[in-house]
Design a protein around this ligand. Structure first.
Ligand code: DX5
Ligand code: ZN
Length: 217
């Protein structure tokens, strides 16, 4: 059983509330919130105000993915009653251990993300501190990119480390996920699957979320 986290990066921003209502109706588990600053990644998306416009309109938890430099300066902005996870990139944090503790101090779950080219060894000494590891299966910045298949091997290795060390963080994957590669990544140990264009690009968004969810029931 995996959790589905549709990314609102690919939603219709002029009808964000309606799009979120659709994924909720279809059975999504989380709302993946992609925040981009134009520095860490070559694109700008939206900030906390857009996320907070959903407060009170959905009961789905927020899965906040910060693709920004200096995330410590903005963490508190993303803490709401709906916020379940805040994820920062190891590549964007000079003091990742400190930043993880900072996230936890706000009362939400702390997660770390790795770009496709970043080795697992970069997070070796914080694996016991995080609630989740996000493996990027595309280079962050845009929706609709092609899945980088080496991420599957990375997930298998991370799952092995998790078992060996008896740790209990969740594993999430993000980028290029479609109906036809979900099984491959969940078999590799992934428990939370992000999907942007393959959910919101569908003609029938509710039906597409149901299709995703039916894959593992
Ligand atoms: C990429 C974002 C992803 C993106 C996924 O930088 O972090 O969450 O929205 O989009 P798809 O599923 O279209 O690859
Ligand atoms: Zn994301």
């Amino acid at each position: 059983m995996f959790q589905l986290a549709p990314s609102i990066l690919s939603a219709d921003f002029s009808r964000l509330g309606e799009d979120v209502a659709k994924i909720e109706k279809g059975g999504a588990d989380l709302i993946h919130v992609d925040v981009m600053d134009g520095h860490f990644v070559p694109n700008i998306s939206f900030g906390a105000a857009v996320m907070k416009s959903l407060n009170g309109k959905t009961s789905l938890p927020y899965d906040v993915h910060l693709m920004i430099e200096n995330p410590d300066n903005y963490l508190e902005d993303f803490v709401t009653d709906n916020t379940e996870y805040i994820t920062v990139h190891v590549e964007a944090c000079r003091h990742i251990h400190r930043t993880i503790q900072h996230i936890k101090s706000t009362g939400v779950k702390a997660a770390v993300a790795l770009n496709p080219g970043t080795p697992l060894s970069s997070i070796q000494w914080i694996l016991g501190d995080v609630d989740m590891v996000l493996l990027m299966s595309v280079n962050p910045g845009f929706g609709g990119q092609k899945f980088i298949s080496s991420t599957v091997e990375k997930a298998v290795e991370l799952d092995e480390i998790r078992r060996e060390k008896e740790l209990d963080f969740r594993m999430e994957i993000d980028g290029g996920i479609k109906l036809d590669n979900v099984k491959q990544v969940t078999d590799a140990g992934i428990e939370i699957v992000v999907a942007g264009s393959s959910v919101f690009g569908a003609e029938d968004v509710i039906g597409r979320v149901e299709e995703f969810k039916s894959l593992y029931r």
